[in-house]
Design a protein around this ligand. Structure first.
Ligand code: CTP
Length: 428
């Protein structure tokens, strides 16, 4: 399992080193997230050495890995030990003011707290209320042990023994506690029954010669996740797959393509009898003007080759135009809903949104899934953030932004597509 071990700022933090040992020796991959305060008791080096993973308390370290989202999402189990009164309060309030509380908000698996504090703090009405709130949301909060506390006092509030925490946390994971957050796809069942959804996925490859091509970094994961979500919603799914790093899911009608021109042909063939077209493929905007039949050789006596690029057709914009010109006065032409994707880079959110809106207008589609990308962001990653732009967005109903794994995002997109489809269907 992937486990996050959260460490709160109490003297009992040192006991979590034994807990970490038990977890790693049982074969689990543990990421430790100490709070800033806890590092006064046990330093980061201890956690790194014992876990074999890098350790941070801050959302501002290794920003490119999007740890504040990724760690919680990937974790099969989160164990917080010691859970101090302050940490329980922040978790109950849903605060996100450090890496650990961000991770708790992103949790998809069981969350387990082992409290440690003085008896008065544990029995204070504020802590009682916080514990009740966390338990009502499905988290497990252990009862603290009774015994000697930090000072001369003793009573309820001692951190339970690491072996007891380990056993109880493993039992919680095995029982498969309900995830605290819902997933969009849970409500999708049957939403697209009887509908045909065509999805393009992956990156096109534009050949230069028999061994070389111009390609891009698209993994095809988002398109495949969309195909799965559409299948879950009961649709007949046609997947037009350019190069992908992942296999196509079972149950789709699969067409493999290589180049933008092949993808265009497949879209032209499929779109007129599809209810929905989703253009998730990364289509090369340009292709080499010549595809040499033989391998291009380097010649010491001659000039270096120059590659001239010519523009590929915009398949998405064409599909919208074809559909619009086929529309009857009753507005009936398929696909009723066409979805584009935009991978944009920019300095600020406003700038990226602006590019997205311009692209939505240029392409004329019903929805545009706007992704903000850098070289290491989004392409091939499992966690992503998108904004769903529509021409109907307004101040009263602004474009929603979703963060999550590609399959969660896919669930959101398919849910929205099925709404748009119901709204676009002629009333009879
Ligand atoms: N697309 C397409 N045909 C192309 C290029 C892109 O159908 N020749 C589709 C993609 O599948 C995606 C959307 O258009 O759904 C946006 O692609 P993108 O490359 O981000 O936009 P461009 O139109 O190429 O604009 P620019 O390169 O100027 O950002």
């Amino acid at each position: 399992m992937r486990i996050v071990l959260g460490v709160g700022g109490g003297i009992a933090a040192y006991k979590s080193a034994s807990l970490l040992r038990l977890l790693t020796e049982a074969g689990h991959n543990v990421s430790v997230i100490p709070t800033e305060a806890s590092t006064r008791f046990v330093g980061v080096a201890t956690w790194e050495a014992l876990s074999g993973n890098t350790v941070s308390s801050s959302v501002f370290d290794e920003v490119e890995k999007v740890n504040h989202v990724r760690l919680g999402h990937e974790a099969d189990l989160i164990v917080v030990a010691p859970a101090t009164a302050d940490l329980l309060a922040r978790a109950a309030a849903g605060q996100a003011n450090d890496l650990l509380t961000n991770t708790l908000l992103m949790a998809r698996g069981p969350v387990f707290f082992a409290p440690a504090m003085h008896t008065e703090m544990w029995s204070h009405p504020a802590t009682r209320a916080n514990v009740a709130t966390l338990r009502s949301r499905g988290a497990i909060v252990m009862e603290p042990a009774v015994g000697r506390l930090t000072g001369k006092d003793s009573g309820a509030g001692r951190l339970p023994d690491p072996e007891d925490i380990f056993t109880a946390a493993m039992a919680a994971a095995a029982a498969g506690l309900p995830a605290p957050a819902d997933t969009a796809s849970a409500s999708l069942s049957g939403a697209l029954a009887g509908k045909t959804v065509t999805i393009t996925a992956g990156g096109t490859r534009e050949p230069l010669d028999p061994v070389r091509f111009l390609g891009n970094r698209s993994s095809g994961k988002q398109g495949v996740a969309l195909a799965r979500a559409a299948l879950d919603a009961g649709a007949h799914v046609r997947l037009i797959a350019a190069h992908m790093d992942v296999p196509a899911p079972d149950g789709v009608e699969l067409t493999r393509v290589e180049t933008a021109l092949e993808l265009r042909e497949a879209v032209h063939a499929a779109a007129p009898d599809s209810d929905v077209l989703i253009m998730a493929a990364a289509v090369a905007d340009f292709r080499p003007d010549r595809n040499s039949d033989t391998k291009i050789k380097k010649r010491d006596d001659g000039e270096d080759p120059v590659i001239t690029l010519v523009r590929n057709p915009d398949i998405l914009a064409e599909a919208v135009q074809h559909r619009n010109s086929a529309r009857t006065s009753a507005g009936e032409a398929l696909p009723l809903v066409i979805v584009g994707f935009a991978a944009e880079t920019g300095d600020g959110t406003a700038e990226v949104l602006d590019y997205g809106r311009q692209k939505l207008a240029r392409k004329g589609c019903e929805l545009l899934v706007l992704n903000r990308v850098g070289v290491s962001l989004v392409f091939g990653q499992d966690v992503t953030e998108v904004t769903l732009l529509s021409p109907a967005d307004s101040e009263a109903s602004p474009a929603p932004t979703y963060t999550g794994t590609k399959s969660e995002i896919a669930g959101r997109i398919i849910a929205r597509v099925s709404q748009e489809l119901s709204a676009a269907l002629p009333v009879r």
